[in-house]
Ligand binder design. Structure first.
Ligand code: HEM
Ligand SMILES: *[C@@H]1O[C@H](CO)[C@@H](O)[C@H](O)[C@H]1NC(C)=O
Ligand SMILES: *[C@@H]1O[C@H](CO)[C@@H](O)[C@H](O)[C@H]1NC(C)=O
Ligand SMILES: *[C@@H]1O[C@H](CO)[C@@H](O)[C@H](O)[C@H]1NC(C)=O
Length: 325
């Protein structure tokens, strides 16, 4: 081989390493071989007393990744140096932190100081989807944990159910996720619950019109008004997918076709005139395999948002605290 082709091969190898973002599905194969067994067992046992826990865990990975990347910044509690993201508006009612802690302590027993909290969130999201009947995928691993949190970021970067499709699309785009990712990942609302206050504005006087949201099917509207009366508690829960509340399937998308999306941000994927999202909703409603495939791809894309790798950040020994603090 000529010296110039050796140089070329070296250069291409260098490009490959750099563009690979350093995450790798085999990252803990030697250092924590029982990783999957431990994560699966903890979540399985939590599900016995809490059918909702998988949905809550999947949501945590999303809430983490949209703020400073998938670095477990979400998990840090308030301290002298940390303003916790848990206290940001979109996160105040997030749940599942205790299960993350149980996974962490079990892993610290089995392979101390090895598995990051950011990777635990990615693994817990995957296991939760699989246990609810959804797709499996190769979870890329090797993220490290942040030493900082970004509460202001959590207030501005995480999509709100009340902002329009244009704004939500922009927030996904800001973290490198496209329209296909937006629709596929919104399919996570095929399980789990939402509080009345996240959609009750649609039920009685939508945007000051004096009428409910016109995109709500009348039978569904009546059921939601019973569940969430005008002067009722805003924290009452409703199923995000009333047809199969605990299953990971593609009914979320047929609900949207039937004007039975729960959140304004859900229904807008189908009901916004001329939107590119409509054809994707129709495809996923008609083709479960297409949804499952896209969801797996988009979960990998979301999990790749700005990870800390190499010697950046740390492996926290307690997900709630920066080491040594
Ligand atoms: C597209 C923008 C999104 C908006 C506006 C949004 C908004 C919401 C809201 C308001 C809730 C109810 C929270 C509560 O009442 O406490 C919720 C629940 C949930 N979200 Fe999203 N979300 C979005 C995207 C995502 C993504 C990308 C995922 C994951 C891939 C996800 C997974 C979930 C899950 C599983 C729940 C149920 C959680 C539980 O039962 O504890 N969401 N979302
Ligand atoms: C959408 O984003 C724009 C620009 O950031 C902002 O001014 C507007 O208030 C947002 N709309 C909603 C409904 O949140
Ligand atoms: C609906 O909201 C608007 C604006 O907040 C208000 O002016 C109007 O009186 C309300 N209508 C009803 C029927 O409550
Ligand atoms: C809700 O409460 C307001 C004031 O507290 C009252 O005027 C109204 O009639 C109540 N509406 C319903 C549907 O109970």
């Amino acid at each position: 081989m000529s010296s110039s082709s050796v140089l070329l091969v070296t250069f291409i190898g260098f490009l490959f390493c750099v563009s690979n973002a350093q995450l790798d599905s085999t990252f803990y194969d030697n250092t924590c071989p029982n990783l999957y067994r431990i994560v699966d067992r903890v979540i399985w046992s939590a599900m016995l007393s809490d059918a909702r826990i998988g949905a809550s865990l999947l949501r945590l990975h999303f809430l983490d990744c949209f703020v400073n990347g998938c670095d477990a910044s979400l998990l840090l509690d308030d301290s002298s140096s940390i303003q916790s993201e848990k206290n940001a508006g979109p996160n105040v009612d997030a749940r599942g932190f205790d299960v993350v802690d149980t996974i962490k302590t079990t892993l610290e027993d089995a392979c101390p100081g090895v598995v990051s909290c950011a990777d635990i969130l990615a693994l817990a999201a995957h296991t939760s989807v699989v246990l609810a009947g959804g797709p499996s995928w190769n979870v890329l691993l090797g993220r490290r944990d942040s030493t900082t949190a970004n509460q202001a970021g959590a207030n501005t970067l995480i999509p709100s159910p009340f902002e329009g499709l244009t704004n939500i699309t922009a927030k996904f785009s800001a973290v490198g996720l496209n329209t296909n990712d937006l629709v596929a990942l919104s399919g996570a609302h095929t399980f789990g619950r939402a509080q009345c206050r996240t959609f009750s504005n649609r039920l009685f006087n939508f945007s000051g019109t004096g009428n409910p949201d016109q995109t709500l099917a009348s039978s569904y509207l009546a059921a939601l008004r019973q569940r969430c009366p005008q002067n009722g508690s805003g924290s009452t829960l409703a199923n995000l997918d009333f047809t199969s509340p605990n299953n990971f399937d593609n009914n979320y998308f047929s609900n949207l076709q039937n004007n039975q999306g729960l959140l304004q941000s859900d229904q807008e994927l189908f009901s916004t005139t001329g939107a590119a999202t409509i054809a994707i909703v129709n495809n996923f409603a008609n083709n479960r395999a297409a949804f499952f495939h896209s969801f797996a791809v988009s979960m990998t894309n979301m999990g790749n948002i700005s990870p800390l790798t190499g010697s950046s950040g740390e492996i926290r020994s307690d997900c709630k605290k920066v080491n040594g603090s």
